[in-house]
Design a protein around this ligand. Structure first.
Ligand SMILES: Cc1ncc(COP(=O)(O)O)c(C=O)c1O
Length: 343
């Protein structure tokens, strides 16, 4: 009898520890560019709330995260029973697959998008269907639409997408949503919504009124700088939220994360967003130039958020060599001729 199902045997272990990881990390001479962390850190208000909660760490957290859900509901203009919370939005991705995708049903997403969707399908032995991206690495809704089938239970779309940094606009999203069967859930992962300034960027919370099969995910990891506390959230219609709540492990969102989340919810650091944008490697040109001994333009066709694309393998390896001088952590993604590097 095999010890584990074949789809578990096929997985690789979570990322191994890396040089400088842990408390020594800030002192390490490495530019950690591969996780989209907020370089400004958390707000003092969230840190203070976390400190106060730490003093009561002998108590279990509120399993229902009632205060956090109430704060989020008030902020987002929804009912608390529509609010999802999780140990990072990545746990919510995993819970969505675990709760809703039955044996024989599929998860559909875009190739080269955030790998958590693929992983969530894999750990549950569910079939993942991936639509190719557009030539310039935008999510291709037409290609995704062609792959919709009676088996498609969940569609994951990151908007803005990670790592490509491209956005889906409302004008292209709504015809797609019209084409999706009502019993297929469409998950719009808006981890970076606060940074999206494209005209026509959809108001996903408002779209839920027209499309009750829409689930919106967000996180405290990015604009709020709380990635280390692991707290994400989302909004879904009440029956969907209720089923997730039944499956969600009790106490998965710890008390310190809940307290910091409540404090952060009271004020999105709007004032810091322009500064974060300035620090954003979408100014990939500048980063690339600074890494070159002889400053020169590296003609990448697109560069956005944390992702820089290259026209050829040669360009990609030259980026690898120059980034080694910084030094920085660069995660390659994609492959073949449309190779790309993830910063
Ligand atoms: C598309 C996307 N969603 C969510 C997250 C954040 O996940 P979490 O809330 O688990 O930190 C990331 C982080 O890289 C991401 O790229």
């Amino acid at each position: 009898m095999p010890l584990v199902p074949p789809y578990v045997a096929a997985l690789s272990a979570a990322a191994p520890a890396r040089a400088g990881e842990g408390p020594a990390r800030d002192a390490a001479p490495v530019a950690w560019l591969d996780a989209n962390e907020n370089a400004l850190g958390p707000s003092p208000r969230a840190v203070e709330a976390a400190r106060e909660a730490a003093a009561r760490a002998h108590r279990y957290p509120d399993a229902s995260a009632a205060a956090l859900r109430a704060a989020l509901a008030a902020k987002l203009g929804v009912e608390p029973r529509e609010v999802l919370v999780g140990n990072g939005s990545s746990e919510l991705v995993e819970l969505l697959v675990r709760t809703f995708v039955l044996d024989g049903e599929d998860v559909l997403t875009s190739a080269q998008t955030w790998p958590a969707y693929r992983l969530a399908a894999q750990v549950h032995g569910r079939k993942l269907v991936e639509a190719p991206m557009k030539a310039r690495h935008g999510v291709d809704l037409e290609a995704i639409k062609k792959l919709l089938s009676r088996r498609t239970k969940l569609v994951f779309l990151a908007n803005p997408d990670s790592p490509t940094g491209t956005c889906l606009l409302e004008a292209e999203l709504t015809p797609f949503l019209d084409a999706v069967p009502k019993d297929t859930l469409v998950v719009l992962d808006e981890a970076y919504v606060e940074f999206a300034d494209a005209p026509g960027f959809p108001d996903a919370l408002a779209l839920r009124r027209r499309y009750p099969n829409l689930v919106v995910l967000r996180t405290f990891s990015k604009v709020h700088g709380l990635a280390g506390l692991r707290v994400g959230y989302g909004v879904a219609r009440p029956d969907v939220a209720d089923y997730i709540e039944r499956v969600r492990p009790p106490h998965d969102v710890n008390a310190i994360a809940q307290a910091a989340g409540v404090a952060a919810t009271s004020r999105t650091p709007i004032a810091r967003i322009p500064m974060m944008r300035r620090m954003d490697p979408s100014r990939g040109q500048r980063i690339t130039n600074s890494q070159s001994r002889r400053p020169r333009r590296v003609p990448h066709p697109w560069a956005s958020s944390d992702h820089i694309g290259f026209k050829s393998r040669r360009q990609r390896s030259s980026m690898g060599r120059s980034s080694a001088r910084i030094p920085s952590l660069v995660t390659p993604s994609g492959g073949g001729d449309s190779c790309a590097s993830r910063l």
